[in-house]
Write a protein that binds this ligand. Structure first.
Ligand SMILES: [Zn+2]
Length: 290
C-alpha cells in the first residue's frame, strides 16, 4: 500500500511538530529528507539546529504514546520464553554495577517495562539489594511481566508521573527505549522527574542516530517511523536532561559474564562516544536529579 504524501493543508497544527521536542529550541528546525514508515506512509523529518535531534514533524501518529503495540496474546499454561536483546544484557549490567556501588538498597521503577525482560535479568543479579517495579500500560505485556514474577503498575508514563502515591519515592527511574516513541520527550522527563527522591537518577537508553552499525550493516533498521519519531544523538539526549533539571553522566557497566554479542565493540566505546558521539549500540546514560 502506498499512501500519497499529505498536502501542507492536510497537516493540522495539532498533528505536527514545528519545535524541537527535545530542547524546545526557538530556531526553526531544518527540513530533512522524508522517509517511508513501516506502514508505507511518507513521514516528514527535520533536524534541530541547536541540539541535533532528528524528528518526525508530520504526520503525527494519533495517540502515539507508550502503547506502540498491543503485544501478543500469550497462554498462561505455557509462558513464552523471554526475548532478550543484546541491549537488555548491556543495560542490566550497567544498572547492576550502579546498584552494587550504591550504599543502600535501591528502589527502581522501569517505565515501559514491556514483558519484564530487563526486570528478569536484574532480579537474577541483584535479588537482595534491588526492589524492581515495572510500569506498563499494555495489558498483554503487563500481564506477561506479572506472570514472570514482576510487580507491575498498569499505567502510562503520564499516569505514573501524575500518581501522588509514586511521587518522590524512587531511587532510579529507567526509560529503556521509550523516549524515541514520545511526542514530547522533554515534557515526559520533566513530569517523571517528580518520581525521584532527591539525588535520584534516571537511567536512559535510546537508539543512537550515530550508531556505527549504520556503517557496517546494510539493513540496520534505524529509520522506522511511525514506530520511532525521535532520533537522538549524544548531544541532544544530554541537552534534554539538562533542560529537565538533571545532570547527565556516563553509565558504566561491569561487562564480565556478559554474552559475547553484548561485549563486542566495547574496546573503543568510551572513545567513540566522548570524542565522536558515535556508539556501537544505542545511547545509555545516567542523569542525576539536581
Ligand atoms: Zn533541539
Amino acid at each position: 500500500m502506498h499512501a500519497r504524501p499529505p498536502s501542507p493543508a492536510a497537516v493540522s497544527p495539532r498533528t505536527s511538530r514545528r519545535r524541537c521536542p527535545a530542547c524546545d529550541s526557538q530556531r526553526s528546525p531544518k527540513p530533512a529528507r522524508p522517509r517511508l514508515g513501516t506502514t508505507g506512509e511518507l513521514f516528514h523529518f527535520a533536524r534541530c539546529g541547536d541540539c541535533g535531534l532528528m524528528f518526525v514533524t508530520d504526520p503525527m501518529p494519533e495517540q502515539h504514546t507508550l502503547s506502540v503495540s498491543t503485544g501478543r496474546p500469550w497462554d498462561p499454561a505455557s509462558l513464552p520464553a523471554p526475548r532478550f536483546r543484546p541491549g537488555h544484557f548491556y543495560f542490566a549490567a550497567a544498572i547492576t554495577t550502579y546498584v552494587r556501588r550504591a550504599p543502600e538498597p535501591v528502589s527502581l521503577l522501569d517505565v515501559g517495562c514491556g514483558g519484564g525482560e530487563l526486570g528478569m535479568l536484574l532480579a537474577r543479579a541483584n535479588a537482595d539489594k534491588l526492589r524492581y517495579v515495572g510500569a506498563e500500560p499494555v495489558p498483554n505485556k503487563a500481564g506477561l511481566a506479572r506472570a514472570r514474577g514482576i510487580e507491575v503498575l498498569e499505567l502510562t508514563a503520564d499516569q505514573v508521573a501524575a500518581d501522588p502515591a509514586q511521587a518522590g519515592r524512587w531511587d532510579v527511574v529507567v526509560l529503556d527505549n521509550v523516549l524515541e516513541h514520545l511526542v514530547s520527550p522533554l515534557d515526559a522527563v520533566r513530569g517523571l522527574r517528580g518520581l525521584l527522591k532527591p539525588g535520584g537518577v534516571f537511567m536512559i537508553a535510546v537508539p543512537n542516530l550515530r550508531d556505527v552499525r549504520r556503517l557496517t550493516q546494510r539493513r540496520f533498521p534505524l529509520w522506522i517511523p511511525n514506530v520511532h519519531i525521535n532520533y537522538f544523538t549524544n548531544r541532544s539526549l544530554r541537552r534534554l536532561c539538562r533542560l529537565a533539571g538533571l545532570t547527565p553522566g556516563y553509565l558504566h557497566a561491569d561487562l564480565r559474564g556478559l554474552p559475547l554479542r553484548a561485549r563486542l565493540g566495547w574496546g573503543g566505546k568510551q572513545l567513540l562516544e566522548r570524542l565522536l558521539g558515535l556508539s556501537p549500540r544505542g545511547l545509555y546514560i545516567v542523569a542525576r536529579n539536581r
